[in-house]
Design a protein around this ligand. Structure first.
Ligand code: F6P
Length: 548
């Protein structure tokens, strides 16, 4: 359905005018004027507390943003996604990741049939496989029990399970170690293989299409390693599992059909950790905890679908993001988890947001005339404080930050957690309110240093406070961001579930790969820069790069 040009909508124009008024106000003003600001701009649902009061907003801002969401038909769009419509129109598919964690027994219909029986039978198969491995009943070719799981996949077939296995390490079975190989740089697989014993290793090759170059190259090297060890093709079925929607390709690789788990084309890579792609997670934390993890997703899915927009956590976060990206022209969304276990969470969100909404053509095939996804990045607090936070406090750019913290630590050691969380609170406070000249004078700071020590404040943050890092809480947090991304795609009128842009580089690399072989004398039809680089590389492979 054709949507109105966003910037021409009266709701947008109203926001544009309102933005001009808001630039005259600071967070100090906004807090001084409204004693009920925190009650007004916070949401508490189950064990999640979102305080968004430290944003450059007032009640009118939120009213206008909510009106925009309504005018963009958000309610209908949400129902379309949950109802199995082909919301991924450019790939002619539904996006039904919500079915993967639909734990209430209700059907989820796609083209007139219920997908839930297939989802449940894959979960059952995952349960059997993961129990066999966890209980030591899966044996390698020389009858040794498995201690190392090497998961090979890239992009959405890597970041989710890698992040979650790390995030839930506290719950991990300790006699199984997990290794993730994604990069086609042979150093990654080599260093991984150096650490493990082939007799005790199980490889999981995860690729939706089972032809992604990086994954297939790494899988080939792994297979070679197994064959060199056992000198028998039969060993492959003891040491390889596959997760794919292309069963035949996995069989062709030599994997036993019994050891192949299906995924469906209606599950996008970056939304796939609650599918069979989550197998290493289940192996790490067990079936029961994996189901708790899924229940967290399901909780947030239900909240997203049913809560009025005003009380809706993903909708609120999405609208705040639109406010900064499109009106303040903020280009960075920074994610700071105050939790070591969530160290890979920013990288995971980077793909989720940037691959989904890094688009410049709208659903009508027209170039957009407004910004879409920001650059998403981050690092755990407190590490980030000692590196890039300086720019947040005193640099020239405005960034939007999400701080994620937990009330209870999983590892209560001395006063670590209190210290960690004092930083969580302190940084958001410092960013919002800064330090004025008057305060510095009162502190008797020498005159010459005063300009250097002023922190203007007025830097927006969201504080997301969660009870404890449980599998369920993590599921909620992940689904919260998934739906935030979806809402923004609706507002921006772009297709969030495709990723055509990554194809061009893949095609070119395939061509150049052939040209790099020693017996290909000429490089293809390239610009002079690329041709020169290729020539230099090929010469240097023989004689090194240094000039004589
Ligand atoms: O490079 C883009 C991409 O298609 C991602 O979206 C996807 O998650 C990844 O490659 C891996 O794809 P596959 O699971 O088919 O190997």
């Amino acid at each position: 359905m054709l949507k109105k040009n966003l910037v021409k909508m009266p709701e947008w124009q109203a926001l544009q005018n309102h933005y001009q008024e808001m630039t005259r106000l600071t967070l100090r003003d906004l807090f001084d004027r409204d004693r009920n600001r925190v009650e007004r701009f916070s949401l508490r649902e189950d064990d999640i507390y979102l305080d968004y009061s430290k944003n450059l907003i007032n009640t009118r801002t939120m009213d206008l943003l909510l009106k925009l969401a309504v005018a963009r038909n958000l309610k209908v769009e949400i129902e379309n996604m949950f109802g199995g419509q082909k919301v991924n129109q450019s790939e002619d598919r539904a996006a039904l990741h919500i079915a993967l964690r639909n734990l209430n027994g209700s059907p989820v219909t796609l083209n007139g049939s219920d997908v839930m029986p297939g989802v449940r039978s894959t979960l059952e198969k995952m349960k059997i496989l993961s129990r066999t491995v966890r209980e030591g009943r899966w044996r390698g070719f020389s009858n040794k029990r498995i201690n190392h799981i090497v998961y090979i996949g890239i992009g959405g077939s890597n970041l989710g399970p890698r992040m979650v296995v790390g995030a839930l390490e506290f719950y991990r079975r300790r006699n199984l170690s997990f290794h993730f190989v994604s990069n086609v740089d042979g150093s990654q697989i080599k260093e991984t293989l150096n650490k493990i014993n082939p007799e005790k290793t199980l490889f999981i090759v995860a690729s939706k299409n089972f032809k992604t170059e990086e994954t297939m190259t790494n899988a080939g090297t792994a297979k070679q390693w197994i064959l060199e060890c056992f000198k028998s093709e039969k060993a492959v079925s003891n040491h390889f599992l596959a997760i794919s929607s292309q069963r035949q390709r996995a069989v062709g690789f030599g994997i036993d059909p019994e050891n192949i788990l299906d995924i469906w084309d209606w599950v996008g890579g970056r939304f796939s950790v609650s599918s069979a792609i989550g197998l290493p997670v289940m192996m790490a934390i067990g079936y029961r905890r994996f189901m708790e993890f899924l229940s967290g997703f399901h909780w947030m899915d239900t909240h997203f679908r049913e809560a009025p927009f005003k009380q809706n956590i993903p909708v609120t976060l999405a609208l705040l993001g639109v406010w900064y990206v499109n009106f303040f022209l903020v280009s960075s969304q920074v994610i700071i988890p105050y939790n070591h276990y969530l160290r890979d969470f920013p990288a995971y969100l980077q793909q989720l947001e940037m691959e989904s909404n890094g688009k410049s053509i709208d659903r009508n095939g027209q170039p957009v005339t407004y910004h879409t996804a920001p650059l998403v990045w981050g690092q755990p607090g407190t590490d980030g404080q000692h590196t890039f936070f300086q720019l947040f406090h005193q640099g020239t750019r405005l960034v939007a930050c999400d701080f994620i913290g937990f009330c209870q630590s999983l590892n209560d050691i001395g006063d670590h957690h209190q210290k960690l969380m004092s930083n969580f609170f302190a940084q958001a406070e410092a960013l919002a309110f800064g330090k004025t000249k008057a305060e510095l004078i009162r502190e008797k700071v020498p005159d010459r240093l005063i300009p250097h020590k002023i922190c203007t404040g007025n830097k927006p943050t969201n504080s997301i406070l969660i009870g404890r890092l449980t599998p369920q809480a993590l599921g909620k947090l992940m689904a919260m961001y998934e739906h935030k991304v979806f809402v923004q795609g609706v507002i921006w009128n772009i297709f969030s579930f495709d990723q055509w842009g990554v194809e061009l580089g893949k095609q070119l690399a395939g061509r150049i790969f052939r040209e790099l072989s020693a017996d290909c004398p000429r490089s293809g039809d390239h610009d002079v820069s690329t041709a020169g680089l290729i020539r230099c590389f090929k010469d240097a492979q023989v004689s090194g790069l240094k000039k004589d």
